[in-house]
Design a protein around this ligand. Structure first.
Ligand code: 5RP
Length: 219
């Protein structure tokens, strides 16, 4: 089975986590795009929709959904999103698509966070995927210097501006043995808007699609 078919399978499995009357948060990326294509089939179960990026909003609107802001919707019942790396402890690296800040806000606002991945994303330790960090543009070099002191190799994502008008540093060479601690430490650096480690608010459910079907890990 190719990666796209696995992403479709994971997206399909996540529909079970959307009961009638749901205020749904929708993430960003190719896995979530598959979910968006499936949502019209369960339209009657979805009360309100909130999106984590302009790209996802566009796709949702193409499917006929009215997209609310988080301020309008209030709380989110279920947030469904992909990841760049995931561990069995449900810690994640996210931000490959650059939407990490709004994704982290929606995950934080959600009663339940369901993460959907194909099995290539499951790792023993986070960090092989370069860690995305959203920074305020004027602080980029300052933050990069701090990351070098932590033995990371930050690389500016050229020609990319986030939905919030900021830049992304992709940090190579980190072996993230303690994601909760590193997320906390990086959050202290002035100029960092969002760190792509999702460990302090991990997923509640991880759906991993492989050749043998979808495996589920719960917190
Ligand atoms: C976007 C993200 C995505 O969830 C992550 O990059 C996974 O994307 P894909 O489903 O395309 O592999 O964090 O900011």
């Amino acid at each position: 089975m190719d990666a796209n078919a696995k992403k479709r399978l994971a997206a399909q499995a996540s529909l079970e986590f959307i009961p009638p009357g749901t205020t749904l948060g929708v993430g960003t990326g190719s896995t979530v795009n598959q979910l968006v294509e499936l949502l019209p089939d369960i339209r009657d179960r979805i009360d309100q929709v909130v999106s984590s990026s302009r790209a996802t909003t566009r796709l949702l609107e193409q499917q006929g959904f009215e997209v609310l802001t988080l301020n309008e919707a209030g709380a989110i019942d279920v947030y469904i999103d992909g990841a760049d790396e995931a561990t069995k402890r449900l810690h994640l690296i996210k931000g490959g698509g650059g939407a990490l800040t709004r994704e982290k806000v929606l995950a934080g606002a959600a009663r339940r966070f369901v993460c959907i991945v194909d099995d290539s994303k499951l790792v023993g330790m986070l960090g092989e995927f370069p860690l995305p960090i959203e920074v305020i543009p004027m602080a980029q070099e300052f933050v990069a210097g701090k990351l070098v002191k932590l033995r990371g190799r930050p690389v500016w994502r050229e020609d990319f501006v986030t939905d919030n008008g900021n830049h992304i540093l992709d940090v190579h060479g980190l072996q993230i043995g303690n994601p909760i601690e590193l997320e906390s430490r990086l959050n202290q650096i002035p100029g960092i808007v969002t760190v792509g480690i999702f460990a302090q608010r991990p997923a509640d459910v991880l759906l991993i699609a492989g050749d043998d079907g979808v495996r589920e890990i719960r917190a």
